[in-house]
Ligand binder design. Structure first.
Ligand code: TEU
Length: 602
């Protein structure tokens, strides 16, 4: 990396000398990451599927937005059974997306714009078409047999018969987590689809093959990795049966593979072998379903030398009951309790990632916001509340436009393996009618996030000149990047301002976090404090005006309004008033720190 570019990046790191703590090695604390799902971002060769050429053509858009890092969902060769999260060659680019040369050019163009690029690496499992698995499956004596989890049928059971699986574990994509291989008469483990066999990280040869591959991409200039389900790589080698779930054909085995017995030693070994000598240059974020606050402290404590931050799932499962398909409604107090706990838990050690959306979650404005009358207001408010927490924000493509969930009429319009497997499983077993199954998919399917990026009001929303692989959301004529960039009051420009704030205000990056009004059902309110600067951040999660009862409301009402629109209703001494779905940010200097003392940091 050219020294001047490094210098320009370091200058971006908000002046941390204020705190005399060396954050320069943790540049990502003041960075904002933009996630691209290449299949749905921009198509440059008219095949209806997004590609690297499409991303390259939109780098200036991303530079105007002001993001610091691009996270590319997988672009490696893949049979696309799980749209790239099933990799058949780790050291190439799928022709669907382009070529290695095109990738190198994209990387260079991004770096020229001071935008880093991290790759999505999927090493809990490979594709069943990866040469490693094909060789492993070829014969029991294969030198790669132990690269995967092969086991004989359950003792005394007819091979291939229901119940003969080595354990009773459910796959995360429905059905058993074991696939019977007629050729060898054994089963192989796949926590996701049968086309995604799990790698056996107990085998050091597997681990070192992965480390060499990751170094290969770093040597090529990439700036780090988002590591897919990385807390699932260590399984309890005894492979015990899991506990049965009501009305489910298979059991929950997660206690034997989520944050398994050797997870910390594997991640420390990975960090050492892959990132030694690259101190402070890369970002490593681990996706960790089921991770707890205490575990995240260990994973992200710099002293552990494992990962820089994790994606936890608590705040995106609050509206889910026994499964993601069992919608139970949303209560703002649950959200504040969850995010508040993560803010407190990682206040002294480690670091939080901050996200509402990604390629696995429905659109947040449709989920926790209001995608009808108050779409713009709620999209802005949700962004304000999230981006001003302490941690690194992630924006999923289209979130900066306030894109909404799609309108899927029939099951044939869905493309996602998780959704289609779920539909087949619950309608096939009679647990749900097709109508009930479809209703659940409409709410929670990952396809809600994967409809094409809406660039303009032209054909196919400007995503492609050909029919896309998945339908465009019909509201693209209103919601699109061209219209948003032309409207200074748009959700896009609001995100731009939030990113600017993170780049210019040390309190946004380094300030302590203090939750307010935890029991208020309408308002999300908190304080950020650094030195003698305080921010008050407010968000109204309702379609009604909301009062904010604070002892020093009158003082805040006179403070500087950093973001949001001046209040229409006069604030009384003890109460500020927010419009429906409004977000607002005040800043004040703490005079002689005599200011009102709030709740201790929770
Ligand atoms: O997701 C892991 C994961 O936890 C999700 O499958 C999640 O449970 C579910 O989708 C929530 O609805 C990662 C990738 O992000 C996902 O796209 C892949 O399908 C999965 O791993 C397997 O690689």
């Amino acid at each position: 990396m050219a020294p001047e570019t490094e210098a320009r990046w370091r200058s971006r790191a908000t002046d941390s000398t204020v705190l005399n703590e060396d954050f320069t090695n943790q540049w990502w604390r003041s960075a904002v990451v933009y996630q691209i799902y290449p299949r749905s971002f921009a198509d440059s060769n008219a095949d209806g599927v997004g590609d690297l050429g499409g991303i390259a053509a939109r780098l200036d858009y991303l530079a105007v937005l002001g993001v610091d890092v691009l996270w590319l969902s997988p672009v490696y060769p893949s049979p696309q059974a799980d749209y790239g999260y099933d990799i058949s060659d780790y050291r190439a680019i799928d022709p669907l997306f382009g070529s290695l040369d095109e990738f190198d050019r994209l990387l260079h163009s991004a770096h020229e714009r001071s935008i880093r690029v991290i790759m999505d690496i999927v090493v809990n499992h490979t594709s069943d078409e990866h040469p490693w698995f094909l060789e492993s499956q070829s014969e029991k004596a294969s030198p790669r047999r132990d690269w995967y989890w092969w086991r004989p049928p359950r003792y005394g059971m007819e091979p291939g018969a229901p119940g003969a699986e080595p354990t009773n574990w459910a796959s995360i994509f429905s059905g058993s987590a074991w696939e019977f291989d007629h050729g060898s008469g054994e089963y192989y483990l796949h926590l996701f689809s049968r086309k995604q066999p799990d790698l056996n990280w107990e085998n050091p040869a597997v681990r070192h093959a992965v480390y060499m591959m990751m170094r290969w991409w770093l040597d090529r200039g990439v700036d780090g990795f988002r590591m897919d389900v990385i807390n699932l790589i260590s399984k309890d080698p005894g492979l015990p049966d899991g506990h049965h779930l009501p009305h489910q054909p298979y059991a929950d085995g997660s206690e034997y593979y989520v944050c398994g017995p050797r997870i910390h030693s594997f991640l420390q070994e990975m960090r050492h072998h892959v990132f030694a000598g690259r101190q402070g240059k890369c970002l490593i974020v681990g996706e960790m379903p089921g991770v707890t606050v205490d575990e995240a402290r260990l994973f992200t404590d710099p002293a552990s030398a494992e990962v820089d931050m994790v994606f936890q799932f608590e705040h995106v499962q609050l509206d889910q009951g026994v499964s993601k398909w069992d919608y139970v409604g949303f209560d703002l107090r649950d959200l504040k309790a969850s995010l508040g706990r993560w803010q407190a838990g990682l206040a002294e050690v480690g670091w939080n990632s901050l996200y509402w959306s990604n390629h696995d979650q429905p659109r947040i404005v449709s989920r926790y916001g209001n995608d009808k009358e108050y779409r713009v207001a709620s999209a802005k408010m949700l962004a304000t509340v999230l981006h001003l927490h302490r941690g690194t924000p992630y924006i999923f493509q289209g979130e900066e436009l306030g894109m909404t969930n799609a309108l899927f009429e029939t099951v044939n319009e869905f493309r996602d393996i998780e959704s289609l497997n779920q539909y087949a499983a619950i309608t096939g077993s009679g647990v749900a009618t097709p109508g009930e199954a479809l209703a659940a998919l409409r709410l929670m399917s990952r396809d809600n996030a994967r409809t094409p990026m809406q660039w303009n009001a032209g054909p196919w929303a400007g995503f492609s000149t050909s029919p896309p692989w998945i339908q465009v959301n019909p509201n693209y004529s209103e919601i699109n990047a061209a219209a948003a960039m032309a409207d200074p009051d748009s959700v896009f420009h609001h995100y731009r301002k939030l990113i600017e704030l993170r780049h210019t205000e040390p309190v946004v990056v380094h300030g302590s976090f203090h939750m307010l009004l935890p029991h208020d059902e309408q308002v999300y309110a908190f304080i950020r404090r650094l030195g003698d600067v305080e921010l008050l951040v407010l968000g109204n999660f309702s379609s009604a005006h909301a009062g904010v009862d604070l002892a020093d409301a009158a003082e805040w009402a006179r403070a500087e309004l950093l973001l949001g629109t001046p209040p229409e209703l006069e604030s009384s001494g003890r109460r500020l008033v927010l419009r429906p779905w409004e977000g607002r940010v005040y800043r004040r200097g703490i005079p002689g720190r005599g200011a009102v003392e709030y709740l201790d940091p929770i």
